[in-house]
Design a protein around this ligand. Structure first.
Ligand code: 8X3
Length: 258
């Protein structure tokens, strides 16, 4: 299944969870990967693992905070020649901070979530999609959330950011319709990664409790979706995938009966 041999795939939020799982699958499929995250040590570990698991793997790591919107151009210009023509852009970095009611959201957290989940995705597209348009090839995959399809209590800002991504993705698909560039949003429900630990302020007990009584999705399940959409024949554009855990029917409806 070396369907993506030689294609360059850029993944944000690649140091753990869904981004890391996507990196594995992409390299397995023959893609060259650019891994982006703040935690460079984690990226280097992942690179070493990829290189020992898949002989010939081509992996380029960049320590970068996706919130640094005005430095994304520099990031692009600094890429080694063989990683320059991005074919698949996976906007995966995302964050939820806390579950306060809307009227109690700390403004700094509002800013962090909007910047990470929304502005940064738009800035990465503005930076890398023009090259795709020029080459008339490419695929933009936005990792959204079921929070982009429903709004739930305690999720005001996060749900707003993912609704924004949903609208942005749809508009972008309209704007690129005359090209060969495909645009996909993938909206996972309950996936167990570092995400919820971060959301709950590193409260491990609360995190553990959240995932008790049902089998959540894991990062590889979402990577599967990314591989599915990126390996369809060129005339097939998957618009949206919404994926839940089997015992989940909405963000707030999880049957804890296992
Ligand atoms: C995370 C999924 O259900 O917590 O994107 O919004 S949920």
């Amino acid at each position: 299944t070396k369907d993506l041999t030689g294609k360059v795939c850029l993944i944000t939020g690649a140091s753990a969870g869904i981004g890391e799982a996507i990196a594995h699958r992409m390299v397995e499929a023959g893609a060259k990967v650019i891994l982006i995250a703040r935690r460079i040590a984690k990226l280097e570990e992942i690179k070493a693992t990829l290189e020992s698991t898949y002989p010939g793997a081509q992996v380029h790591c960049v320590k970068f905070d996706v919130k640094d919107l005005d430095q994304i151009g520099e990031l692009r210009d600094g890429l080694p020649e063989e990683f320059r023509d991005i074919h698949i852009l996976v906007n995966n970095a995302g964050v939820a901070l806390g579950t306060p009611p809307a009227h109690e959201n700390p403004i700094a957290d509002v800013e962090t979530m909007l910047r990470t989940n929304v502005s940064s995705v738009m800035a990465f597209v503005s930076t890398f999609a023009p090259g795709m348009v020029e080459r008339n090839e490419g695929h933009i995959v936005n990792i959204s959330s079921i929070a982009g399809h429903e709004a739930y209590p305690g999720g005001s800002v996060y749900c707003a950011t993912k609704h924004a991504i949903d609208a942005y993705t749809t508009s972008m698909r309209h704007d690129l319709v005359g090209t060969n560039i495909r645009v996909t949003a993938i909206s996972p429900g309950a996936v167990r990664t570092e995400f919820t630990l971060v959301r709950f302020g590193q409260d491990a007990e609360r995190e553990d409790d959240f995932y008790k009584g049902f089998t959540p999705l894991n990062a590889r399940d979402i990577a599967d979706n990314v591989m599915y959409v990126t390996t369809r024949p060129q005339h097939v554009q998957v618009g949206d995938i919404v994926i839940y855990a089997t015992k989940q029917s909405s963000a707030k409806s999880i049957a804890k009966n296992e």
